[in-house]
Design a protein around this ligand. Structure first.
Ligand SMILES: NC(=O)c1ccc[n+]([C@@H]2O[C@H](COP(=O)([O-])OP(=O)(O)OC[C@H]3O[C@@H](n4cnc5c(N)ncnc54)[C@H](O)[C@@H]3O)[C@@H](O)[C@H]2O)c1
Length: 410
């Protein structure tokens, strides 16, 4: 989604901030990272240092997939006091080597088996192609590693649940992007809804789109598509705010059947690049999500340029609008009969970054804290995506099986 601003394919050369300029002390990191999530999750800021002032342990961490998004993750991981970056890996070995050099990572490997047989580590961050996640995550869990996966965790609900069943008896953790539920703006909206001020909730609408990536073809091939790449953010936010979905219907289409991809030339698009979903949350509450790779965007891919309400929630006595995208939220505006002109609140980013999910997960491994973002929630969103495809193909409304416990910020 965003990182192609920094240059897509020759990824390592596009790093803008040298690692040496990104290092923070443990205290600074905590103020800008899990304190946000901790405050959201627990209602109070938990200290990064123990009472005795002892430094928490660093989690020996490996990153697999050194493409575009690694330019976003690695600077955050580099300055995270809970992470020791041990190894990087990519099936394009020159990419792994470049990122190892750029971020001072001691080891780099050309495939997962070499990575697993190499320098010991306990936590794998999976930034590979969407189609590769399931197999990479499975192999890492088999090898006894905790896993953070870019979306999706797996290619189907059943496969994702199988991965969770593998992880639990091994006392391993499995998390997946995105982390929109960790932002202060999500917390503000969740609290507003929980307060009852909006009356009875009736409807919600969310959208996210851009012109589509041009550096890798997997976004447009089977297992890719705009649903798992883009709609996944809105689906995570809306289900987090409104609760699990009971049934889904959708229309999906391909607007641009041929795409020009760097290093590949023209490819055929086989997964949706345009999507409209209707979601039934129960008790009469219906939401709508639209996403696609054909959206004119006057702000390029800079999330800060988007000033519209990309999430809108309406009840019998109130309205909530999220200013900017849910992965880079800027504020929340709301109105009720007592305050009919929009009130703007929650303007502080509070240290939230969409790129920090794996670093927050490392902090959880080091300290025992918990994220609001859960794998059960990620798998519910995955089931919505696969159901939307079935709905579009058949013209039916598809009931869902999975559920999750809604994050309830205090
Ligand atoms: N690029 C972004 O801005 C962005 C933002 C958020 C999320 N994401 C997600 O991050 C993931 C990666 O996207 P990207 O844009 O970085 O793609 P990319 O094509 O730039 O990078 C993927 C890298 O993974 C490597 N790879 C593929 N299979 C592998 C395997 N089995 N073992 C080791 N390496 C392997 C590829 O060689 C490539 O270098 C996707 O799930 C995407 O949806 C990307």
């Amino acid at each position: 989604m965003r990182d192609y601003r920094q240059g897509g394919t020759d990824n390592a050369t596009s790093v803008k901030t040298p690692p040496s300029q990104t290092s923070l002390s443990r205290r600074e990191f905590t103020q800008t990272a899990l304190l946000t999530a901790g405050a959201v999750a627990l209602g109070a800021a938990a200290p990064a240092l123990s009472a005795a002032g002892a430094a928490p342990r660093r989690i020996r961490t490996a990153v697999i997939g050194c493409g575009s998004v690694s330019n976003q993750y690695l600077p955050v991981l580099k300055r995270c006091p809970f992470v020791e970056l041990v190894s990087v890996c990519d099936i394009r070995p020159e990419r792994a080597r470049k990122q190892a050099e750029a971020y001072g990572v001691p080891n780099h490997y050309p495939h997962i088996e070499a990575l697993l047989a190499g320098a010991p580590f306990e936590f794998l961050i999976d930034l590979t192609d969407m189609q590769a996640h399931e197999a990479v995550n499975r192999r890492a869990l088999q090898a006894g590693k905790h896993v953070w996966s870019e979306k999706p965790i797996a290619n189907s609900l059943a496969a994702g649940q199988d991965l969770l069943r593998m992880a639990r008896p091994r006392k391993l953790r499995l998390w997946g992007a995105p982390i929109t539920v960790q932002s202060p703006q999500f917390a503000f909206m969740a609290r507003k809804i929980a307060s009852g001020e909006l009356g009875r909730l009736a409807a919600a609408h969310a959208f996210y789109g851009h012109e589509g990536p041009d550096w890798s073809s997997f976004f447009y091939e089977k297992g890719g598509g705009s649903l798992p790449d883009l709609a996944v953010y809105n689906l995570t936010s809306l289900t987090g705010l409104l609760g699990p979905v009971r049934r889904v219907t959708a229309m999906l289409s391909i607007v641009t059947p041929d795409r020009a991809i760097h290093e590949k030339g023209t490819i055929r698009v086989t997964e949706e690049d345009n999507a409209m979903l209707l979601l039934d949350h129960g008790q009469g509450l219906i939401s709508h999500v639209q996403s696609g790779f054909n959206y004119f965007n006057p702000h390029g891919h800079d999330g800060s340029g988007e000033k519209r309400h990309t999430i809108q929630i309406t009840g019998t006595r109130g309205y909530l609008g999220l200013v900017g995208y849910d992965w880079a939220p800027q504020a929340v505006e709301w109105a009720t009969p007592d305050r009919p002109a929009l009130v703007r609140e929650s303007t502080d980013p509070g240290g939230y970054l969409w790129q920090q999910g794996a670093a927050l997960a490392a902090e959880c491994l080091a300290t025992g804290k918990e994220l609001l973002a859960t794998p059960e929630h990620a798998l519910h969103v995955l089931e919505i995506i696969t159901a939307a495809r079935a709905a579009s193909a058949t013209g039916r409304t598809i009931p869902l099986k999975s559920t999750f416990t809604r994050p309830l910020p205090v």
